[in-house]
Design a protein around this ligand. Structure first.
Ligand code: PMM
Length: 273
């Protein structure tokens, strides 16, 4: 597990036509590669490349389409020395990405969508992000029902972690993620963010809150219209500071600059304690 002495900044490059945050902007491989390099120049420690949108309501695409989108981007960024994580639920896509140089697997299903994926992570001996997940995006919001969201997400995530370790992933390679926005309402997201330290006993924690719709709701204008996705970056950086102060391993963000500064500010304050 790379340790940067502060929270890691994972920059997002979605090679998709339909991600809510940056969909369509980086579908062309050259633009996606340039964006990844730009985020590294701005201070990203690693780049998360994804070819399948997981926004609420998204339908799945086939593996061949996903692979065609991510392969040239993973290969070019890896060749340029960038640490690439592959955001996929599919073992075939992960295998192609690893062969192209990816060094981390980010599975938003945390091993549940395809039990072969944890085995790929185990064989490759790479860090494996296990995100809390209750089912595919098409209908996941119908599963946003909790009596105690912190306790239930922690318990379900613990079971997911146990399963991937049983599949052969070394415990030291597991990164956990409570899955902000995945089968969660805005209120659930805020409660999880208010209790991040409770997830640390499960492993290093990654948080992906950047630009998500609960921020659009929080920052809605007087007319009630949600703030646009690309105008949520200051709020995302505020969450980064709070998450870093709560001791997370890393944050997954679309705009790197302010987040890279925020994690350095928090590290300086922690060092001065
Ligand atoms: N969120 C999205 C995609 N991948 N991966 C992890 N580990 N955690 C997340 O919260 C997460 C993720 C959805 O956001 P996007 O469509 O902007 O990529």
């Amino acid at each position: 597990m790379p340790d940067f002495g502060r929270a890691a900044v994972m920059g997002v490059v979605n090679v998709t036509p339909d991600s809510f945050s940056d969909g369509g902007r980086h579908l062309d491989p050259d633009r996606a590669i340039a964006r990844g390099l730009e985020l590294v120049a701005q201070g990203a420690d690693l780049i998360d490349v994804g070819g399948e949108s997981t926004r609420p309501g998204a339908e799945r695409i086939d593996a061949a389409t996903e692979i065609a989108r991510i392969a040239p981007v993973v290969a070019a960024l890896s060749a340029a020395g960038v640490v690439v994580s592959i955001d996929t639920m599919r073992p075939d896509t992960a295998e192609v990405a690893l062969a192209a140089g990816a060094r981390v697997i980010n599975d938003v299903s945390g091993g549940l969508a395809d039990p072969a994926l944890p085995k790929v992570a185990a064989a490759a001996e790479v860090p494996y992000v296990v995100m809390h997940w209750r089912g595919h995006s098409a209908d996941m919001q119908s599963r946003a029902v909790y009596a105690d969201v912190v306790a239930e997400v922690a318990e379900e995530l613990r079971r997911q972690v146990d399963a991937v370790i049983a599949a052969g992933v070394a415990p030291g390679q597991v990164i956990v993620d409570p899955g902000i926005g995945f089968a969660k309402t805005g209120a659930h997201n805020w409660t999880l963010l208010a209790h991040l330290s409770e997830f640390r006993s499960l492993g290093p924690v990654l948080i992906g809150a950047s630009r998500k719709s609960f921020l659009g709701t929080l920052l809605a204008g007087d007319d009630g219209a949600p703030r646009a996705a690309d105008a949520r970056d200051d709020a995302s950086a505020a969450i980064t500071a709070i998450a870093a102060a709560a001791g997370v391993w890393g944050v997954r963000v679309h705009e790197v600059k302010a987040n890279a500064d925020a994690v350095r500010v928090v590290a300086a304050i922690q060092a001065a304690r």
